[in-house]
Design a protein around this ligand. Structure first.
Ligand SMILES: Cc1cc2nc3c(=O)[nH]c(=O)nc-3n(C[C@H](O)[C@H](O)[C@H](O)COP(=O)(O)O)c2cc1C
Length: 483
């Protein structure tokens, strides 16, 4: 029975074993939810027995608690300071202007501090944005974004593996005009790059996903909206330009009705493709993130967290056919790491797969995505229907040359994760635009220097994996080449 709860009563439930919080005037018992909160329990415990509205508003959309912890709702609060405003954070329109940009302090107060660190004019490469983000963003947000799983072996490998491929340029080709424009699942993109879904962008900037979508439009690329967004689906899709395309990333809820509702809402809101994340049956153990938050080891990244309704350890191949039956959006499986699974996806008739290890955040010790991409392309190579399924890749892509290498291996496009968040956190919308601008410039320069004026000219024989072996257009030689 839901009731009006005096604030003084809320205040008594103020510890890990008994944790009530007020969010926008509503009281929730989050004791059970503590163990499965993706952001860790500590941040919730800060507000145990109190009002978390201000902290909550910066990083979560208003409807998320109802969605994820509905049975935790106890009633409306009365008295005390539990009646925080329902108004969403109004800071989204703040755009950065070089060193004048100011960032929020911490993830809770909404307070602003003068920005420190270099100006956006000094950002010459994506790595510069990471450095700028480190000097400008709060430690907790950085911990969440930078973190990989465990020893972060896969996280590092994702990055360095691109450097083990070498380019084999051809000369005396007319490259007066270089065209990197592309189609992704049939939708136009200024280059073969899309912004991959990353959760809670509000940690990087109060404007969160809304600013990312605007930057994506300015750069002519597609934004994949995350399930676990800081802004509501309505806000994210309302920020879309009429000509703009957005995709939707889905974490499959163990409550299939809820999953179906989310898919329907995304489709009705105009999202053009459904990327189902398949590499999170349970969340990875992200120790850098845990350390930054001071999270107790027993609470995050363990099987306790697997009971969360937004990840489902039961998700299996049989569910994919069901998704096909509930949506007309193209379906893409995000998180493929073996040739056999790529073949299975092809047999099920999905429209695409993303070779991804979730940016090294899930299972540490898995191979780099560039290495898996080679295996996947090889496994799919001569299968019937192969051309109907697009293959994407993400993980550690930081240079135009990395994009070129991915395309030469057979990827249709690449996804970008962290650099967008570093751009957003350090410089707001301008930062994201600049990240995308640099990638486009680098790709076009690479194409010119490689003698490939169009994407169709990019072939496997233009890269070599080491000094001896070569990816050749010739099928047999290609087959023998291994990373
Ligand atoms: C902070 C952060 C949050 C992420 N959140 C999600 C998510 O909610 N859903 C998802 O499918 N992938 C998520 N990813 C993975 C990205 O979509 C992408 O696979 C990965 O970031 C690519 O690697 P990169 O960061 O090296 O570019 C996240 C990655 C990061 C870094």
């Amino acid at each position: 029975m839901r009731r009006t709860i005096p604030f003084a009563e809320v205040a008594q439930h103020n510890c890990a074993g008994d944790c009530w919080v007020v969010i926008h005037g509503r009281v929730y018992d989050l004791t059970e939810f503590l163990g499965v909160h993706p952001g860790g329990s500590e941040i919730i415990l800060k507000y145990a027995g109190g009002d978390a509205s201000a902290a909550f508003a910066g990083v979560h959309p208003p409807d998320i608690v109802a969605m994820l912890a509905d049975n935790a709702f106890l009633g409306e609060v009365s008295g005390g300071d539990g009646r925080a405003s329902l108004e969403p954070d109004s800071q989204e329109n703040k755009k950065s202007v070089g060193s004048d940009f100011r960032v929020r302090k911490g993830d809770s107060t909404g307070e602003e501090v003068p920005a420190t660190g270099p100006s956006i004019k000094k950002m010459l490469r994506l790595a510069d944005f990471e450095e700028a983000a480190i000097s400008r963003m709060p430690r907790e947000a950085l911990g969440y974004i930078t973190s990989g799983a465990n020893d972060e072996i896969t996280l590092r490998e994702n990055r360095v593996a691109w450097n083990r491929l070498w380019l084999r340029p051809r000369v005396l080709v007319d490259v007066t005009s270089v065209d990197a424009s592309s189609r992704i699942l049939g939708f136009k993109s200024s280059m073969p790059v899309y912004i991959s879904a990353t959760a809670v962008n509000g940690l990087a900037h109060p404007g969160g996903e809304v600013l990312v979508t605007r930057a994506a439009h300015a750069a002519g690329v597609i934004h994949m909206l995350p399930t676990l967004s800081s802004r509501t689906l309505e806000e994210m899709t309302a920020a879309r330009h009429p000509d703009q395309v957005q995709f939707y990333q889905l974490y499959v809820s163990s409550d299939r009705q809820r999953a179906a509702d989310m898919v329907r809402c995304a489709e009705v809101a105009g999202c053009k493709a459904l990327f189902i994340t398949v590499d999170v049956p349970v969340p990875g153990r992200r120790e850098t993130d845990m350390r930054c938050k001071g999270v107790a080891a027993t609470l995050a990244g363990t099987t306790v967290a697997s009971s969360a309704t937004f990840y489902d350890p039961k998700l299996s191949w049989a569910d994919i056919a069901w998704f096909r039956s509930i949506t007309t959006m193209p379906i893409v499986l995000k998180g493929i790491q073996a040739g056999e699974d790529a073949v299975q996806a092809l047999h099920l008739g999905v429209d695409g797969i993303v070779v991804s290890n979730h940016g090294g955040r899930q299972l540490d010790g898995t191979r780099s995505t560039v290495q898996v991409l080679a295996e996947v392309m090889e496994a799919l190579r001569s299968l019937p229907g192969r051309s109907k399924m697009e293959v994407f890749v993400d993980g550690g892509i930081r240079r135009g040359t990395d994009i070129f290498k991915a395309l030469a291996l057979g990827a249709k496009a690449v996804g970008i994760g962290r650099p967008v968040l570093y751009g957003l956190g350090a410089f707001g919308q301008d930062g994201v635009e600049q990240v995308l601008h640099l990638l486009g410039e680098e790709l076009r320069t690479c194409m010119a220097l490689m003698g490939t004026p169009t994407l169709a000219d990019i072939k496997p024989n233009l890269i070599v994996s080491d000094h001896r072996r070569c990816y050749c257009a010739d099928e047999d030689a290609y087959q023998q080449s291994k990373l």
